[in-house]
Structures are given as C-alpha cells and as structure tokens.
Design a protein around this ligand. Structure first.
Ligand code: NAD
Ligand code: TYD
Length: 370
C-alpha cells in the first residue's frame, strides 16, 4: 500500500445532493479530517442545503464554505480556485436519475459532460505545475452496461452504457482519464453500485417505495421485478472515497460495491417487511385514513410498464480496492435498510419540503447572504 496523501483543502462539487452531503457529514463527523471544505452546488431539484444545515451552523465560514455555482460556469469555478488553496477535488455534481435522463437527456449532457469538461479545464490551469493535488471523479457501475446471469464488472470491463444517464457518465469518465494521459492531471476514479441511505431524493427506488408504502400508495415495480442491482449503504461509499483519495494510485480506477445483489422485487419485499416490523400496518394512520383494505404492505406491490432499455443486472467485483487499499463495506443490507427507513419516517418535514419545493423558500431565507 502506498503512503497516505496529505489533504487540507477539499472542493466538493454537488455537496448538497444525496451522496455529497453524506460525504461532507462523513468528513466532519466520522473521519480524522481537520482541513477545510468548499462545497459548490448549483441546487437543482435534487440539491438541498438543508442536508448540511448542522454543518453550516457549526463550521460555516470557518472550515465549511458553500457557494451556489454551476460547475459549467468557468469564471465562477476559476474564482473558487483563486480564493481557496484547493488540493483535492471530489466531483459528485451530476444529474443522477436514469428515468429523468430518458424523458429529458439534455441536462445530463450539459452538467455531466460539459460541466465535467469545464471543471477539468479550470483545474488543469489552476494546478499547472502543482504537486500533491488530486481530482477524484465519482462514477457509477452503470457505465459498464448490463450483465447476464453470471459475471461481474471489473475495472477492465469495456464500457457499454445504455441509458442517456450512463452514457453521460461514461463520457465524463473518459474525459477525466484523457486529462490524466494528455495533461498529467493527477486523477482517480471510482465506479460504485447503487447507494441507499438518508437524504436520497425520493424518486429513487428505496426512498420512493418506502414513502409510498408508508402512505398506503401503490409500489410500482418496473417490468417483472427481476432486474438485479448491487446495493451499498452510503456511508460505506463515503469511507471508500476517503480511502481512495488518501491511498489510491493516480490514474487508477477503483470499483466499489456492496456484495449485495438483489432483485428489485426482493428489495421491495424487504422494505415492506422492515416497515411492518418498525411500524405495523395496523397502527399506520395514513393507511387507516385511506380506509384501505390491504392486509399487508406487500399488497401494495404493483407491476408497471418496464423502463425503456432497462439494464438487467449489475454486479461489481471490488477485489482491487479490497486487496490494494484494504477497504470493505461494513453495513449489511438489513441494518442499512432499517436505518434508512427510520430516517425517512422521522424526517417528514424534510420530505414534505423537498417534494413540495418548499425548501427553495428556506434557501432564500437562509442562504441569501452567502
Ligand atoms: P443527487 O442527484 O442526489 O445530487 C447531485 C447534486 O449535484 C445535487 O445537489 C445537484 O444540485 C448538484 N448538481 C447537479 N448539476 C450540477 C451542476 N451543473 N453544477 C453544480 N451542481 C450540480 O445525486 P447523488 O445520488 O448524490 O449522486 C452523486 C454522484 O454519484 C453522481 O455523480 C452520480 O452519478 C454518482 N453515483 C450515484 C450513485 C447512486 O446510487 N446514487 C451510484 C454511483 C454513482
Ligand atoms: P433507481 O433507484 O432509479 O436506480 P438505477 O436506475 O440507477 O439503478 O432504480 C433501481 C432499480 O429499481 C432499477 O432497476 C429500476 C427499478 N425501479 C422500479 O422498479 N420502480 C421504481 O419506481 C423505480 C424508481 C425504480
């Protein structure tokens, strides 16, 4: 294992989103990091500074700095590098939902490809001649395409993206690698499987179906429900990134996975069972109010039309990070799901705000002066 990099000033892009905000919490609360974090986020529908309200209160303008900026804005991003002595970039900012990319790919091309390109140009110039710097790019296992019943994605698997989302992420991965080879920009990449945990926008499978079940609404499962994803608790993703930015080799890609392949139907059944244990249907006032006849949360499962081009199976081989960097996922699916469901059901205000767009008023009130 190589010597640990020293990290003092981190730029996080997309830090108000699901994984980015969990990562910033991880930095301040679960790691030995003592430096500063600059969070740049454009605040799309998925970006919510409320996710970091506690961090802003505690560390704001001392060790935590937030700027509302689009990564595609060259001048503004250049200004960030002039103002702060950034030594490490962790690039999360992206449009991230496959379904949205099918209905409207244009924002995905703009943010994921052109945004990454702009950021790389700014970083390349700002870091010219600098040593001990690193650009870490966050990517997905979806760039590798769809698997049959057997096999796993390795770092060497050829890219075969099949949705506008995964194609845009693949393009950004290639750009990052090209900047390493062409301009010697120090980079690392990670391709991770499906994350779940607190603060995920309730359009993705686990939060959406948890909230639907809680409210007694139908649980839509695309196609036959036999599509397989590998699931990783978000804090494990954060610890993997933390490991890579300290010990990863420049120019290298690391796959990150949870060793947790499940069909979508299995995931949804698990959500129903966990809900039943934590909040039995008999005591659920939402369901009572609907005068619903259901006997079990699972009765809400509804098979709906399949997603166009729906990838059948993702499975990740993460031997490389496990053996070279000694990283392991720590949270098993049952306990991660229980923590996640409990978080959603205790944070009804967060959910109502994010769904209604009400949090935008909150942003106006709290962040106008920043
Ligand atoms: P998210 O949609 O919850 O958050 C994305 C954040 O990026 C939001 O805060 C949004 O406002 C911001 N953003 C988007 N475009 C921007 C732009 N042009 N300029 C500045 N900010 C912008 O997404 P997430 O699930 O947290 O995913 C974060 C990253 O991790 C993405 O790159 C995604 O591809 C990757 N990833 C996600 C998963 C997953 O399961 N969610 C798995 C593997 C990889
Ligand atoms: P999603 O959370 O959108 O992540 P991704 O498409 O990036 O893997 O979806 C996870 C799986 O769940 C995917 O196979 C699509 C499926 N799915 C449903 O069956 N119903 C739903 O309502 C959603 C949002 C997803």
């Amino acid at each position: 294992m190589s010597k640990k990099r020293k990290i003092k000033h981190i730029l996080v892009t997309g830090g108000c989103g699901f994984i980015g905000s969990n990562f910033i919490h991880y930095l301040f609360e679960k790691s030995d990091f003592r430096g500063t974090v600059v969070n740049v986020d454009k605040l799309t529908y998925a970006g919510n500074p409320e996710n970091l309200h506690d961090i802003a209160l505690r560390y704001g303008n001392k060790r935590y700095f937030y700027k509302k900026t689009d990564i595609s804005d060259h001048t503004s991003m250049q200004g960030i590098f002039e103002k702060y002595p950034i030594d490490t970039v962790i690039h999360f900012a992206a449009e991230s939902h496959v379904d949205r990319s099918i209905f409207g790919p244009s924002d995905f091309i703009q943010s994921n490809i052109l945004g990454t390109f702009t950021l790389l140009e700014v970083v390349r110039k700002a870091w010219a001649g600098k040593k001990h710097v690193l650009f870490h790019h966050i990517s997905t296992d979806e760039v590798y395409g769809s698997l049959g019943d057997t096999g796993h994605f390795q770092e060497t698997t050829a890219y075969n993206p099949r949705s506008p989302y995964s194609a845009s992420k693949a393009a950004s991965d290639h750009l990052v690698k090209a900047y390493f080879h062409t301009y010697s920009l120090p980079i690392t990449l990670s391709n991770c499987s499906n994350n779940y945990g607190p603060c995920q926008f309730p359009e993705k499978l686990i939060p959406l179906l948890t909230l639907n079940a809680w409210k007694g609404k139908p649980l839509p499962i695309y196609g036959d429900g036999q599509n397989i994803r590998d699931w990783l608790y978000v804090e494990d993703h954060c610890s993997a990134i933390w490991t890579i930015i300290h010990q990863g080799q420049s120019g290298e890609t690391y796959n990150i996975g949870g060793d947790c392949e499940m069909t979508n139907l299995q995931v949804v059944e698990k959500i129903c069972e966990t809900l039943e244990t934590l909040y039995p249907l008999k005591t659920n006032l939402h369901v009572k109010l609907l005068k619903s006849k259901i006997q079990n949360y699972k009765d809400l499962i509804t098979f709906v039309a399949d997603r166009p081009g729906h990838d059948r199976r993702y499975a990740i081989d993460f031997k490389k990070i496990r053996t070279e960097l000694k990283w392991e996922p720590r949270v098993n699916f049952d306990s991660g799901l229980e923590k996640t469901i409990q978080w959603y059901l205790k944070n009804e205000e967060w959910i109502n705000n994010i769904i209604s767009g009400e949090y935008r008023n909150w942003i106006e009130k709290n962040y106008r002066t920043r």
